[in-house]
Design a protein around this ligand. Structure first.
Ligand code: UT7
Length: 320
């Protein structure tokens, strides 16, 4: 039996930062950001952490699903910006919500993290290794971007989204993932360098670097291919899909993908205007927004897709 998403939740930091606010502190304009990306504002962590937002999103998803923490036997967090190197964000979430029967681990697949997590949870559930899973995408990228680099810092926002997944009659119908590590340098952030008794290196922390145009080309080529593959595996067609929920990096990327898939832009809900790019949090936050707006009806066909650093990508087709 397939795994089905039975509840969603999300959490954004309290502090919203508009393009106009950024205009006053760096060499950018609201016009540039909106016309090149569609983003109008983003939420930036002040009091919040990756873990605190993940916990908040998880609690909302469990409430939405009518699931108790004790029922969970698997917690997966997609993140590249955990608060600690170890323990994992997933283990910290487990402790906070009291999910004592769950195993817990993080996945680093950047903006495809939620799709990778969904695939792992689906495999655990299908093979009987888990019954009830919590999948979270949570990021505080604001601590990893260079606020002096206007070509990246205006794009990202912080936040977390979560979904509870359980075995059911209908649910996830197909999953597609991919990775191209050879192109990893187009979007990267170094960790601490080797620095020990035997070698001395600078311990200055690196920031995220992105070749925006290369990532753009990768996205508009790879995502439609992955979505078509997922539709094919599910034995369905674009016309049968009610909503395509894509990673929220750039409105022009979403418009281009909609065109390639041959579907009206109305089927591609967006929240990047209000949240910016939340990396692994992007797809689950959007899913929760659409769910809570009452747009999804049980039985609807949904396609999800994410792409990002790695390079990695993932797509899924499911019955809601
Ligand atoms: O989740 C990870 C996935 N990431 C993505 O999907 C990002 C994909 N890439 C993109 O979305 C776009 O490439 C960007 C939005 C990042 C950039 O848009 P672009 O149309 O590719 O702009 P560009 O990099 O070619 O830059 C055009 C100009 C440059 O000035 P010159 O050289 O033409 O004089 C930049 O210096 O825009 C300038 N620029 C800015 N100007 C004002 C770059 N950033 C800014 C800024 N404000 N914030």
């Amino acid at each position: 039996m397939p795994a089905r998403i039975v509840g969603t939740g999300s959490c954004l930091p309290v502090r919203a930062v508009s393009n106009q606010e950024l205009e006053k502190i760096m060499d950018t304009t609201d016009e540039w950001i909106r016309s090149r990306t569609g983003i109008c504002k983003r939420h930036i962590a002040v009091e919040e952490t990756t873990t605190s937002m993940a916990v908040e999103a998880a609690k909302k998803a469990m409430e939405n699903a009518g699931t108790e923490a004790k029922e969970l036997d698997l917690i997966i967090v997609g993140t590249v910006s955990g608060d600690m190197c170890f323990p994992s964000t997933a283990c910290q979430v487990q402790a906070e919500i009291g999910a004592e029967h769950a195993i817990a681990f993080d996945i680093n697949a950047a903006c495809a993290g939620f799709l990778y997590g969904l695939a792992v949870a689906d495999a655990y559930i299908k093979t009987g290794m888990a019954q009830t899973a919590l999948i979270i995408g949570a990021e505080t990228l604001s601590k990893m971007i260079d606020w002096k680099d206007r070509s990246t810092c205006v794009l990202f926002g912080d936040g977390a989204g979560a979904a509870v997944v359980k075995k059911d009659e209908v649910g996830i119908e197909s999953l597609v993932q991919g990775a191209d590590g050879a192109k990893g340098s187009v979007l990267n952030c170094h960790n601490r360098p080797v620095n020990n008794l035997f070698v001395k290196n600078s311990v200055e922390l690196d920031f995220a670097h992105m070749n925006g145009q290369e990532v753009y080309k990768f996205a508009i080529r790879t995502v439609p291919e992955a979505v078509f593959k997922a539709l094919d595996k599910a034995g369905t067609e674009p016309d049968n899909v009610n909503y395509f929920l894509l990673h929220q990096a750039n409105i022009r990327i979403i418009e281009s993908i909609a065109k390639k898939i041959g579907q009206p832009i109305e089927k591609f809900p967006t929240n990047l205007q209000k949240c910016g790019n939340i990396s692994a949090g992007s797809v689950p936050v959007l899913l929760d927004n659409v769910n809570r707006e009452g747009k999804l009806r049980r039985g609807d066909k949904i396609a999800l897709a994410g792409f990002g650093a790695g390079l990695t990508w993932g797509a899924a087709v499911l019955t809601w």
